[in-house]
Ligand binder design. Structure first.
Ligand code: ADP
Ligand code: MG
Length: 360
């Protein structure tokens, strides 16, 4: 196991990159703590696979270094880095039995016969593929092939890090949650550093202790699932995580503080100082929007529709051209219709400048 450090990393697939847009990975400094369960979360094309492949050395970064426990491993091969990587699509030997597929990484490293047998049985048990051990891999379903591929990644317990690149893409939905919780269980028992790449927030939030959120080649926030929910560092995080995501309203400053369409909106982070040319936005999650009670005044909206999920009610509204969601508890109260007014919880409403959360 090792602490993995990325130092001044940048990568471009273009031979002579000109602007930032030519970089698949923009400037990156980051340390993956030894033994952590990480998810790397971001939309397709944001650079997740590029980053994993740099850690495993399938890609050599244009600039910067990769260090394992303080040692520069940038020139080393995947084998020398002693890592396991599981890809989106199965990588297995079709002609071998399932048993031999799982045993292969251990044989390669000179493990004893007895140790191999133990580990293969253990991992096969975990992935529920024990009955398949003596079958040839060739004729198995895509699900089972991918389980073998995952097994090959998990079978060695002496690696520095195990990396999964969207490993559940080809897995049946009902199996997904099961495998995901197994991975989590496994991490808790072996404590090997794991990096799990996904574009799916549910996968990321259920697997990881810490989630690294990426957008357009850069890390926008690193935090626990709770931190990402409660205090998004960037409007992208607020919008990408949550269902529906955070409401984002264009804002301006008046003498008192931020306002939207002329209505003052109290926020938890009133800025001490602004340049004056920032693009300001107010962010509030639908969970922290409620309708004004009699005698209260709030932000005027038009309610478009309400859907009842059985656990809560989701209200779709708009204020001018700006869409707004509110999540209301299931209770006796009437869901408002037509013209209404909303109030944001001021402790959970924050101001963003050029996308980034303002510090106060
Ligand atoms: P993700 O895994 O998050 O979907 P990738 O790391 O695969 O993102 O891709 C990041 C960016 O780099 C994308 O714009 C993609 O088109 C580009 N890219 C990825 N691999 C290559 C490659 N081998 N050659 C050129 N461009 C690539
Ligand atoms: Mg990818």
């Amino acid at each position: 196991m090792a602490t993995i450090e990325l130092q001044n990393l940048r990568h471009s697939y273009v031979p002579e990159p000109k602007g930032p847009e030519d970089y698949a990975l923009k400037h990156m400094n980051f340390t993956w703590k030894d033994g952590g369960a990480y998810a790397l979360l971001g939309p397709s094309g944001c650079g997740k696979s590029t980053l994993l492949n740099i850690i495993s050395s399938l890609v050599t970064p244009s600039e910067g270094k990769v260090l394992f426990d303080g040692r520069d491993v940038t020139p080393l091969t995947p084998d020398q880095r002693n890592i396991a990587q599981v890809f989106q699509f199965p990588v297995i030997y079709d002609t071998m039995t399932v048993y031999n597929n799982l045993a292969f990484p251990l044989k390669n490293r000179g493990f004893s016969r007895q140790r191999i047998e133990e580990r293969v049985r253990e991992i096969a048990g975990l992935l529920e593929i024990e009955p398949l051990l003596q079958q040839r891999a060739a004729n198995l379903s895509p699900d089972n092939k991918q389980k073998i591929s995952m097994g090959r990644g998990l079978v060695r317990d002496d690696v520095n890090v195990i990396m999964f690149d969207e490993p559940l893409t080809v897995i049946d939905p009902h199996l997904k949650w099961k495998l995901r919780s197994k991975l989590k269980e496994l991490h808790q028992s072996v404590q090997t550093t794991m990096i799990y790449v996904t574009h799916d927030q549910t996968e990321a939030l259920t697997f990881a202790d810490e989630v690294v959120v990426m957008e357009e080649g850069q890390v926008v926030q690193i935090g626990t699932p709770v931190e990402l929910f409660e205090k998004p560092a960037h409007t992208f995080v607020g919008h990408f995580i949550g269902s529906p995501g955070m409401n984002i309203l264009p804002a301006e400053m008046n003498g008192e503080g931020p306002s939207f369409h002329g209505t003052a909106v109290p926020v938890a982070n009133p800025p001490a100082r602004l340049e004056g040319n920032e693009r300001l936005e107010i962010g509030v999650r639908p969970e922290f929007v409620r309708f004004a009670r009699k005698g209260e005044s709030g932000l005027p909206v038009e309610v478009l529709k309400t859907t009842d999920t059985g656990r809560y009610r989701l209200v779709f509204a708009r204020a001018g051209d700006t869409k707004l969601h509110a999540i209301l508890p299931e209770d006796e109260s009437e869901a408002p219709t037509g013209q209404a007014e909303v109030i944001f919880d001021p402790e959970r409403t924050r101001l963003y400048a050029d996308g980034w959360l303002l510090e106060n």
